[in-house]
Design a protein around this ligand. Structure first.
Ligand code: NAP
Length: 324
């Protein structure tokens, strides 16, 4: 099931890669007889070739989940697949290679996952974790003319989620951050006016936008009686490429090792998240987002922009809409 799509190299600087190369996954932390309470669940973790996504995928596989891993670099995807299968002794790990800075690749990724779900997994995806993310120090435009942070952190997860929405049965977990802007500058979403200080504005704006479309989606799904809940989580500070790109050496003093963080895995399992929707969680507790994120007018404006950028809207299953 490994898709062989066009490759792109990571945009992070070489020195940062050097710093994070010594990451080890915390396989040993799971123990050999980890509970298999996720057996029968199918979970897709985007951006699971490194950092928090890779660790989360490993934890899920260890607990018996059918785990769909994803990345943009073919050799890293293959290595992750090999490592997870051998370290977790779970053969039900499958891999996808698509670059989410490209909308056409994200569309192809969704089609590939849909085909596999239909053919092998009863047409059901229990949980989608939109984890893939970047922090760029300089403005990079994608082939679609979008600013890359926006494309990877906001638009592509919107497109992927919309393309799979009828198959998702339990949870959509969007990995945001505590680093949120107070508001969106609708005239500068693609760095048109300015890119901001070494990428912070683009990054924190992207995470606010992710919160905003998540809240809007949660309301739409709830209204349509769709079974899936939508949550945003800050995964905690881990010294990964993203943190090092944005916060440099200081990242090491505030961050845990990636393998000590497991809030994404917690978000898949914790029953509290199944009983509510549209929440933003920090340290496993609900947290208020900036007021702007809850403005229905701003949410709708953002939604319209994303529909226009991605050429895709959420089409909710007929049955759910009819019952609403
Ligand atoms: N680390 C923190 O302290 C922290 C705090 C708050 C939020 N977050 C969020 O946590 C999430 C995971 O980040 P991380 O910290 O674990 O960073 P990371 O180690 O750099 O992992 C990011 C993952 O996303 C993948 N990715 C990046 N661009 C992609 C693209 N264009 N297409 C497909 N995959 C792509 C990366 O692939 P490669 O392996 O090819 O690079 C990698 O697998 C991000 O959404 C980040 O914003 C992290």
């Amino acid at each position: 099931m490994l898709a062989l799509a066009r490759q792109r190299t990571a945009s992070s600087g070489g020195h940062l890669l050097q710093l994070v190369r010594n990451f080890t996954l915390g396989y040993e932390a799971f123990g050999e007889d980890a509970a298999s309470n996720l057996k029968g669940k199918v979970v897709l973790v985007t951006g699971s070739t490194d950092g928090l996504g890779k660790h989360t995928a490993a934890l899920l596989a260890q607990q018996g989940a059918t785990t769909l891993v994803h990345g943009r670099n073919r050799s890293r995807v293959q290595r992750t697949l090999r490592e997870l299968r051998s370290h977790t002794a779970n053969p039900a790990v499958y891999a996808y290679c698509y670059d989410m800075s490209s909308l056409s690749q994200t569309r192809a990724f969704a089609e590939h996952v849909r085909r596999d779900l239909d053919q092998h997994f009863d047409g059901r995806l229990h949980c989608l974790i939109n984890n893939a993310g970047v922090f760029n120090e300089e403005l990079v435009l994608t082939e679609d003319g979008l600013e890359e942070t926006w494309a990877v952190n906001v638009a592509s997860p919107f497109l992927l989620t919309a393309s799979l929405i009828d198959l998702i049965t339990e949870r959509i977990i969007n990995v945001t951050s505590i680093s949120l802007s107070e508001k969106l500058d609708f005239d500068n979403l693609q760095g048109e006016k300015e890119y901001g200080r070494v990428g912070h504005q683009a990054y924190s704006q992207s995470k606010l936008a992710l919160n905003m479309w998540s809240f809007a989606l949660a309301a739409k799904l709830h209204k349509a009686r769709h079974p899936a809940v939508v949550h945003c989580i800050d995964p905690g500070a881990a010294a990964t490429k993203v943190l090092l790109a944005g916060w440099g050496e200081v990242a090491h003093s505030v961050a845990m090792r990636a393998y000590e963080c497991s809030d994404e895995e917690w978000a898949v399992r914790d029953p509290a998240l199944a009983r509510c929707t549209g929440r933003y969680w920090v340290n496993r507790k609900p947290r208020l987002s900036p007021k702007f994120a809850h403005s229905l007018t701003a949410q709708q404006r953002l939604w319209d922009i994303l529909v226009q950028q991605t050429g895709t809207d959420f089409v909710l299953p007929q049955q759910a809409v009819a019952e609403a």
